[in-house]
Write a protein that binds this ligand. Structure first.
Ligand SMILES: [Zn+2]
Length: 360
């Protein structure tokens, strides 16, 4: 019996889009208005790393648990989180990421197939696959990844419609992405733009109706939003990272109204101040107080669990599911609990994953 005092119990929070292996880069990669400069800087910083990736990922996962995140959708370079997080009692879908705009896919295919049998005895572990983004992966690589995922029942994710540069690259084949890919020798000379905007391009790829978790979707037209609502895909919105890159307001509310499953992510600490989904919720509430707090909690829990294919086990406090539950203490006592946890000083005091308290 544990007395948690005056606190509010909620389902464990879900960070549906993050890159834990970049957690040493907090405050290290300033954004100066050009996304490809930020990416270039990020890659340099990652390559000059002295700290072992394992310790960065382990500390980031412990940090997530401390912040009430019981499930992460993580993308790590070289799938490095797969071995590391097997030792950490956090629930996870770990996406192995591939890159390649060209049509030669042997290396990527071998890599993806090597990731597939990576089964652990860890009941909190699930492997996923991720073609990085439409400006770094060609249609053949998307199709191949979706086929492998379908065969092995693995969830999928990709970055989509993140910047206007991506839009320019796909519609005209020009702009900062072309220059950057040429600079790093990743631009195949025979590549031609699909002449479509990112969302409409993605939606016409032959992906056999495999659901993808689409990270960001910052730029989407009304027609594309309607088409997305008729697809099986989910959207991960990363509010504070979105602000970091100064994008125009995200259309998450329009997406929800259209019936799209929208969940929350922090993205990496290279564009955010913490790995706390509660902080994302509090930030959103502060900027959009009229948005219903119960919908916000659902975005932070059940919607993320659905997007990561864990909804049969977690995402809500329901008989038959596993007990991923957190306790939140808040100075706000007069308002309904959904709203009280959105007080800026509300904090997570206990985290339980699969019935076991995390040592914080
Ligand atoms: Zn990302």
């Amino acid at each position: 019996m544990i007395d948690l005092g005056d606190s509010i119990l909620t389902p464990g929070l879900v960070n549906a889009h993050t890159h834990l292996d970049l957690s040493h880069l907090e405050g290290q990669v300033p954004y100066t208005g050009k996304f490809t400069d930020w990416v270039s800087h990020l890659v340099q910083q990652r390559n000059s790393l002295n700290t072992p990736a394992e310790s960065i990922i382990t500390i980031a996962a412990e940090n997530s648990l401390k912040n009430g995140v019981t499930l992460v959708g993580d993308i790590s370079y070289n799938n490095s989180a797969a071995t590391t997080l097997a030792k950490t009692p956090i629930r996870k879908t770990l996406f192995a990421e591939v890159f390649g705009l060209g049509s030669t896919l042997d290396i990527q295919e071998n890599y993806l197939k090597n990731c597939v049998p990576f089964h652990h005895s860890d009941p909190l572990y699930q492997q996923g696959l991720s073609p990085h983004a439409p400006y770094s992966c060609g249609p053949d690589l998307y199709t191949l990844t979706a086929q492998i995922a379908q065969k092995h029942h693995l969830p999928l994710t990709t970055h989509l419609a993140e910047t206007l540069d991506e839009h320019e690259f796909l519609t005209h084949g020009t702009g900062p992405w072309k220059q950057y890919l040429q600079k790093i020798n990743r631009f195949p000379s025979d590549w031609r733009p699909p002449s479509r905007s990112p969302v409409s391009y993605f939606l016409q790829l032959p992906l056999s109706n495999q659901p993808f978790l689409l990270a960001h979707v910052n730029y989407i037209s009304d027609e594309e939003l309607t088409a997305l609502a008729h697809s099986p895909h989910h959207v991960a919105y990363c509010p504070r990272s979105h602000r970091y890159f100064q994008h125009p307001p995200h259309r998450f509310n329009d997406m929800i109204k259209a019936g799209i499953n929208v969940c929350l992510g922090t993205d990496s600490l290279a564009s955010n101040a913490s790995l706390s989904i509660l902080a994302e919720m509090q930030y959103l509430h502060q900027h959009l107080p009229s948005f219903p707090p119960d919908t916000l909690l659902k975005m932070a829990t059940l919607n993320g669990a659905r997007a990561l294919n864990w909804h049969n086990k977690t995402g809500s406090i329901t008989p038959g599911k596993e007990a991923d539950i957190i306790a939140i203490q808040t100075p706000e006592t007069t308002t309904p609990p959904h709203r009280a946890i959105l007080h800026p000083n509300a904090t997570v005091i206990k985290t339980m994953v699969r019935g076991i308290f995390s040592a914080l």
